[in-house]
Every structure is written in C-alpha cells, then in structure tokens.
Design a binder for this molecule. Sequence first.
Ligand SMILES: Cc1ncc(COP(=O)(O)O)c(C=O)c1O
Length: 390
Amino acid sequence: MNYNFDKIIDRSGTNSIKYDFAVERGMPADTIPLWVADMDFQTAPDIIETLVEAAKHGIYGYTDTKKDYFEAVYHWYKNRFHWETKEEWIVKTPGIVFAIAMVVRALTKEDDSILIQQPVYYPFSQVILKNNRKLVNNPLIYENGGYHIDFDDFEAKIIKNKVKLFILCSPHNPVGRVWREEELTRLGDICMKYQVKVISDEIHGDFTYPENVHTVFASIKKEFLNNSVICTAPSKTFNLAGLQVSNLFVANEEMRQRICDEIERSGYSQLNTMGLIACQAAYEKGMFWLEELKTYLKGNLDFIRSFLLENIPQIKLVEPEGTYLVWLDFRDLNLNEKELENLIINKAKLWLDSGTMFGEEGSGFQRVNIACPRATLEKAFQQLASAIKE
Ligand SMILES: Cc1ncc(COP(=O)(O)O)c(C=O)c1O
C-alpha cells in the first residue's frame, strides 16, 4: 500500500459537522461519529499538493474552467464507465442536493408528483416536500437479506399519480445496491413510456465492491440520455464535500436550458475556486489512490461482516454492492425505535444515522459509515457488542 488509511487524524477543532457538533445536534459529546457521509481519511496527496499550490497564489478571485477541466472529467467517465460525454452537457453546481432542488424546480411545477424509492437518502424527500411537490414512494423490497425493485408498483404508482419526475439513487444509499443494467433498463423504459424525466444521482458511482459494475443510466440508451440528468461529483470519491463541486450531465438542450435558468434565477454563478481545482486534480491524478482506498474499504467491510457473525449475530449486515455506507438490520433485537436509539447512542456511544430518517421502511435499521481507519471501526463495534451483552 502506498497510502496509509490506518492513520488516525484528529478532526476535532476543525468545525467538522461529524466531530465538532455532537452536543449541538443532540448527541452526547463522547459518541464515535459514523454518520454523515464524509471520510476520516486525507484526500489523495496529489490533490492536497495542487490545492496548496493554488492557496499560495494568494488571490482568490472569481474563476471558471477551461478545456482541461472538461478533459479530466471526460476521461474519468470514459475510462471508468465507458461513457463519452460532451463539454456542453456539463452544468456545474455547488453540490448534488442543491442541483436536485434546481432540477425539481426547473422540470416540475408545484403539486406535480415526484417518485423516489425509500428507504433512500433523506434530502430527496426534503427537496420534494419543501418545494411543494407531491412525494410518491415506490418502496424497495427487502427479501432474503437483499433489496430489489417492485417494478409493477413502480409503474402503477407512475400511472396513478401522473408522476413527472423520478429521482433514482444509483448506487443506492443507504441499501448499497449497485443496480444492474437490466434493472436500470426496465426503470428507464417505464419512464419513457409515461414521459417521466429521470434524475440519476450517481454520486456513489465510483464505489463498487469487486464484481459489481456501475452503469451510468444515460449510457444505456440514447432515449435515456435525452430524458435524464446525471448527477456526479468528486466529493464522495475523494473526500472533498466541503469544497462543494459537482458536475451534472444534461444532454437534452431544452432541459439544460431550463435548469441553467433556474440556477440563474437563484443568483448562483461561478463555483468555488478551490473546488474546481480539486475536482480537476482528482480526476487527473486520483485514480491510484482511489483503487487503494477501495481495497481498504473492502477490508473494513470484511471486518464488520466477521465481527458481527462472531460477536453479535443478531445484527444482520445487508451486504452492500457499493458505497461506503453499510445498512445494518437490528430487528432481531426486538427493540422499538426509542429503545434502539437508546442502545446505540447512550449505551454503545455511537452516532449513526437512524434507519427511519430514510423513510419508514428503515425502521429497525441503522446506517454506518465505514470510511474510517479500521481501529475506529473496531472500537465502535466493540462498544456495540458490549452494549448488547449488557
Ligand atoms: C445519494 C447522495 N446524493 C447526494 C449527497 C450529497 O451531495 P452534496 O454534498 O453534493 O449535496 C449524498 C451524500 O451523502 C448522497 O449520499
């Protein structure tokens, strides 16, 4: 290994929302935070060096990007996902949640129905409801330890509610599914049949475990390309969330114009300078670091799997195919939500994301962020095992 992911870096005192706001957010100060999806690893050294160089320049005026930025993004998607993009498709935004809100406002009207698949990343429902759109849920089915899509319900809900937009989470946070091309094709075909536009949030696309392949939704068919907004960012992949940079791909010119107009109406123009610099450096030079990181994360997942089997078999790991988020099934403990929270927070002293945040289907589940040094995970899971034994 060229990079040391075992190194524990003290993040306290950096105003990190994960480490410095426990009490403000209603948690005991001494919980181990394994909730929000950023990583406890330093980003790739090449990215740090590029940012340091830029910081030394000392002038941080308005900036934009040129051809070399697009080329870095282009090669990343071409080399890793066999997807060839065009420069004019890119709409740069300061984050995916912001982007989803812009797309929702640009492509739908108040009271229009928008479909999501819960349990799912909770800002999806927040954005829908806060923009006075109607939330339609096509719950994922949990069977034999894994999740799958109820396609009949998907189609029926679209028809019944005259759904206008579908927000797909691919790979899926929190259940960790990396959707197969066949599954995406079925979803996309149904959307085409009823003229439902698709936002495909692919922010976790770089994180797949061996033998799982992420397929860019728009790469499947030309019709899908013309009917979708693909949301990508280097933020999860390279731990750059605080630099706020994301790239949407919108091939359909009319849709793109409406989205750009909405962004303009909101008063937003150029992105954060450092974010753009980091994004380009990441896609140009971050590949080897990412491969080692993925190997390390697989080791973390292997650790959790065997730890649970040996020490707390009542807790079931929902085997993830991708993402660095792990979805644990606590239902065999027979605790109600309050008792489960008490066990996790007050007894095990862990700060996780409670399953119900992702929709009522998440009741009895917890989401754990495993992107931290192994020693942190070992400590956290020891604390969990001791709390349960008590
Ligand atoms: C599916 C998904 N989309 C978007 C985000 C956040 O993106 P951003 O910070 O760019 O708004 C996350 C963060 O965890 C996520 O899991």
